[in-house]
Design a protein. Structure first.
Length: 319
């Protein structure tokens, strides 16, 4: 987009970037300008509108009520401008997409699809970061985050990509050494690999004779992410309860064995893409990436993913 001093769209983009990144310094780095230059643009925009859009402090900036409303409209306008530029250029999205993905999903579902995406979209480049931490999209400067599991209430836009069943698994070596549990009660004699992060469940659900029960997760080792838990299970450290998309290849190859399948409650983990901004403001390059991931999951149904359960649910995310 042109960055002339008198360009209204550039003033709008400067304001939107400051709002999204939470400050003039971060926005200046993103746009290749100085903080004082961006402050001048936003101040001129406020003067023309006759409204204060940002409350400035020494540490951060916050949107006023007027700023919230203008930001929503600005994001839509900027997305429409980008779409118009894409259409004028022949319909091929261009630019960088910054992706932050859940570690197991990234390793087993996302990274194998990257070459095909780049081949189909030569005008797009990707920055990919894998992490099981709950990330702040603004702080991490991510365009889209892919998360597995329940979402917390937030103002992010969410699109459901699919679902995956969950299973309790262990390595053949561990089961040979400690025995195979036949009922949930047998888990008292087994190592259960848990997680260190706060949002992790501290028990495993089962169904026994139609009755729901939960078994506490107790063991000598806990993991900081799902992929570490998988590696610990492969090494024979204990039983782990993991998404099937993560362990499908291990089960097929015999590296892991599914146990207590008759007692599984049938719960699934939902997979979502999360975006900043209101509906209709997602840039074309980001939509192209998410559309590609969703389509390939539908065609391949994702390793271990529940078939026929991908779709779109735009609105306030829960996480």
């Amino acid at each position: 987009m042109p960055n002339g001093e008198g360009n209204r769209l550039y003033e709008m983009e400067a304001f939107a970037t400051v709002a999204e990144l939470g400050g003039f310094s971060a926005a200046a780095r993103a746009l290749g300008r100085t903080p004082s230059a961006l402050n001048k643009l936003v101040t001129r925009l406020e003067a023309r509108l006759g409204a204060r859009l940002l409350t400035r402090t020494t540490r951060a900036v916050r949107l006023t009520a007027e700023g919230e409303a203008f930001h929503r409209r600005a994001m839509r306008i900027l997305a429409e401008v980008e779409d118009a530029e894409v259409e004028a250029a022949g319909g091929a999205p261009r630019g960088r997409v910054r992706v932050n993905a859940n570690l197991p999903f990234g390793v087993h579902c996302l990274l194998p699809r990257v070459p095909a995406f780049l081949q189909a979209n030569p005008g797009i480049t990707l920055d990919v970061v894998l992490s099981d931490e709950v990330v702040d999209l603004v702080e991490r400067r991510a365009d889209v985050a892919i998360r597995v599991g329940p979402l917390r209430a937030s103002r992010l836009l969410a699109r459901k990509l699919g679902e995956s069943p969950v299973a309790v698994v262990a390595s053949p070596a561990y089961l040979a050494r400690r025995g195979t549990p036949r009922t949930p009660a047998d888990l008292d004699a087994h190592e259960r690999i848990g997680f260190t992060f706060a949002r992790a469940l501290d028990d495993w659900p089962f169904l026994r004779g139609g009755e729901a029960l939960r078994v506490p997760v107790r063991g000598a080792v806990r993991a900081g992410d799902g992929e570490t838990a998988r590696q610990l299970a492969l090494a024979g450290a204990g039983l782990a309860r993991l998404a099937l998309f993560q362990v499908a290849a291990d089960l097929e190859a015999g590296r892991l064995v599914r146990v207590l399948e008759a007692f599984e409650p049938g719960d699934v983990l939902e997979i979502h893409a999360l975006f900043l901004g209101p509906a209709g403001s997602v840039p074309a390059r980001v939509r192209a990436f998410v559309d590609f991931v969703a389509a390939t999951l539908r065609r391949g149904r994702g390793p271990g993913a529940a078939p026929g359960r991908t779709g779109q649910a735009a609105g306030g995310a829960r996480g």
